[in-house]
Design a binder for this molecule. Structure first.
Ligand SMILES: [Zn+2]
Ligand SMILES: [Zn+2]
Ligand SMILES: [Zn+2]
Length: 340
């Protein structure tokens, strides 16, 4: 809209149009009203810019929100310079919440960028609370889903505005690592921070449906984490024939792993680019390298199930179906999986 008066002004200045005809409307009096309306916007913007520019821009909304963070006699320019230095560092992290909102976390600052406003929070006087999570299907046709968390950023400093940030749950861990303050998660909020965390939960759910393992020997500590008691045992139970090299084989190792460590091991041997295949794939025993699938993992013990084989054949079809639950983008790398 502002282009038109500029264009007309150009025509007047270069002598192609008569100024009186354009702006005063010699032929039609409504023309004057229209040109006045068209000028209101640009004139108001100009007025605002002039107003902000007084006193070295200190009345600009961004300068005002920065001046809240000034300590003993510094100006907003010092705060801006401080943010600028941190923002240029390579280790800052950015999240695009949507196409117009962005969250930036530097060593000391959390910044939310929206089209009209910038929100700042200095980490030293900020409390972060995860107060909501929501899950959305990625598409109507696949089972993949994406989880978002809502984090309330509460500023203790007087005059500073609190704000909310929303981000993909898989980015939560990156944010948590970057921010020096602990992030409080309300008890009612449940979400998976990484693909691995989500896989471990699904893995446990699946194992829980397998027959249990009974043993008279005392179970030792898990050799993976050295904390939990080994509570899983590998033993071929699926209906795979022994003919192909890909078939599962029996493992005769004693129980040495806890279910979390085994799930991590399992995930680390899978194809990163196809998480939807993980549950129905195979992995090798960490010690004897015997191939096993999810159906061959016995959880340690309570009761014995007589109907084992029938149960297992049924579950084999289920696993392929459940596999697509994990069908979403991966951000967890193998290094992260093994790193814990
Ligand atoms: Zn363990
Ligand atoms: Zn083994
Ligand atoms: Zn198997």
């Amino acid at each position: 809209m502002n282009v038109v008066p500029g264009y007309l002004l150009g025509l007047v200045v270069t002598g192609h149009l008569d100024a009186a005809q354009v702006f005063l409307g010699k032929d039609n009096p409504w023309w004057l009203v229209l040109s006045a309306c068209a000028l209101i916007g640009p004139l108001y913007a100009l007025f605002k810019v002039l107003q902000w520019s007084s006193r070295n821009w200190s009345t600009h909304p961004i300068a005002e929100s920065l001046s809240v963070f000034c300590n003993n006699n510094t100006t907003w320019l010092a705060v801006a310079a401080d943010i600028n230095i941190e923002f240029r560092r390579i280790d800052k992290i950015c999240f695009d919440t949507n196409s117009i909102t962005k969250i930036v976390a530097t060593d000391n600052w959390i910044i939310k960028v929206t089209p009209y406003t910038l929100y700042f929070a200095h980490q030293s006087d900020t409390a972060l609370i995860v107060n909501k999570s929501d899950t959305h299907a990625l598409s109507l046709h696949s089972r993949g889903e994406v989880q978002y968390v809502n984090i309330e950023v509460i500023l203790a400093r007087s005059g500073a505005k609190s704000f909310n940030i929303r981000l993909n749950a898989l980015g939560f861990k990156d944010l948590q690592d970057k921010i020096s303050r602990p992030i409080t998660i309300l008890n009612s909020v449940v979400f998976h921070r990484t693909l691995l965390e989500r896989f471990i939960d699904t893995f446990k759910e699946q194992i829980a449906q397998n027959p249990v393992y009974e043993t008279a020997q005392e179970l030792e500590q898990c050799v993976g984490c050295m904390q939990a008691i080994s509570n899983v045992k590998l033993n071929k139970l699926c209906s795979d024939g022994n003919q192909t090299p890909e078939a599962c084989v029996s493992c005769f190792c004693r129980p040495m792993w806890c279910v979390d460590c085994l799930a991590k091991w399992f995930a680390s041997r899978q194809d990163d680019t196809a998480p939807e295949t993980w549950l129905s794939s195979k992995c090798t025993c960490p010690v004897c390298r015997a191939k096993f699938c999810l159906l061959d993992v016995y959880a340690h013990p309570v009761d014995h199930d007589d109907d084992i084989t029938k149960n297992v054949i049924l579950r084999k079809t289920q696993l392929v179906i459940y596999s697509s639950i994990l069908n979403f983008t991966i951000i967890t790398t193998k290094e992260e999986i093994l790193g814990e």
